[in-house]
Design a protein around this ligand. Structure first.
Ligand SMILES: C[S@@+](CC[C@H](N)C(=O)[O-])C[C@H]1O[C@@H](n2cnc3c(N)ncnc32)[C@H](O)[C@@H]1O
Length: 304
């Protein structure tokens, strides 16, 4: 039986694992890039099926954890890089490997959400940090201190926040009065207050969900990184052929992937593996509610 420690330990469940593996078509001893190592769920599954993996994560802790827990077991078939997947083409080039498939599983892991000092989750009291990589210069708190009202409103709008303008206005007023929220819980309560004053008394999700997402996206330059990493992936796979699979978790990132794939298909560079995005099945959503917003898209490159 597992010890209660092991049972209590937080893990990150890999999302849409069977679908991702099936569409990657794992082949014995071929190299695959897991561009978002996280808790290592997808990486381990590829290794268990006989593939080799170059895994990337910008979070030093994710890399250390994987190296400590799993790297020895797969020695010779795994390489782990702490870095930004926006530089995927350089990482692959420097590794000197030929890649048959690339998987992106965007965003942040359950493990990072549990680290309250990162400030990613509003249910955990923590500082307004939100950096996935501690070498990133600006935190979410810095942005709230620095940005003018119009820029704050634009930032929240990018996260599809319907009350972007009143929230930005209220934050700037609070800043002038020296009462800017300093912690995750404070900011969540602050945003809820704006919703309440605007007459929104009930909502399915917490009113601060989109504000938190928008800040995290900006702090970590997630849209810019996604654009660059897709372009790098195309560079890698167009050389020898292979498959590219991307798991997204909200409409902003899904829009970028959809537009980019459609453009490649129109140009004749790549072909859709499946035309419409795939979603997790009911059973997965029941067992792992975090997976409910996942969308999987995939294309293949023919190679020479
Ligand atoms: C959803 S988790 C991946 C979970 C993983 N597939 C698993 O099954 O355990 C996303 C991971 O991507 C990392 N990440 C986010 N943006 C990144 C970037 N631009 N470059 C490299 N890693 C990134 C995060 O630090 C996080 O660990």
């Amino acid at each position: 039986m597992e010890s209660s420690d092991a049972q209590d330990r937080v893990t990150h469940r890999p999302v849409m694992l069977p679908e991702a593996l099936a569409w990657l078509e794992i082949r014995q001893d071929h190299w695959y890039v897991d561009a978002n190592l996280g808790g290592g769920g997808h990486t381990r599954a590829i290794l268990e099926r006989g593939g080799r993996v170059l895994a990337i994560d910008r979070d030093a802790k994710a890399v250390e954890r994987f190296l400590e827990e799993s790297a020895n077991r797969y020695a010779g078939r795994i390489r782990v890089i702490r870095g930004n997947n926006a530089e995927i083409a350089r990482h692959v080039h420097e590794s000197g490997i030929t890649v048959s498939g690339i998987l992106f599983d965007l965003g942040w892991s359950t493990l990072q959400g549990e680290e309250s000092e990162r400030g990613l989750s509003f249910s955990e009291e923590g500082p307004l940090d939100m950096r996935l990589d501690d070498t990133t210069p600006e935190t979410a708190g810095d942005l709230l201190e620095r940005l003018p009202e119009g820029d704050l409103a634009d930032l929240f709008s990018e996260g599809d926040e319907p009350l972007a303008v009143p929230i930005a206005r209220a934050l700037v007023q609070a800043r002038k009065a020296g009462r800017l929220p300093r912690t995750t819980v404070d900011l969540a309560a602050f945003v809820s207050g704006v919703y309440y004053r605007k007459g929104f008394r009930r909502s399915k999700r917490h009113p601060a969900t989109r504000v938190f997402m928008a800040l995290r996206i900006r702090v970590n330059r997630e849209y810019e990184n996604l654009e660059e990493s897709l372009s790098g992936s195309r560079q890698i796979l167009a050389e020898n052929g292979g498959r590219l699979l991307v798991l997204t978790f909200h409409s902003g990132e899904d829009r970028i992937v959809k537009r980019t794939f459609r453009q490649w298909v129109m140009e004749g560079t790549a072909a859709f593996l499946f035309r419409k995005s795939l979603s997790p099945g009911e059973e997965e959503v029941r067992e792992n509610p975090r997976s409910r917003s996942a969308r999987l898209r995939g294309v293949s490159f023919g190679g020479p």
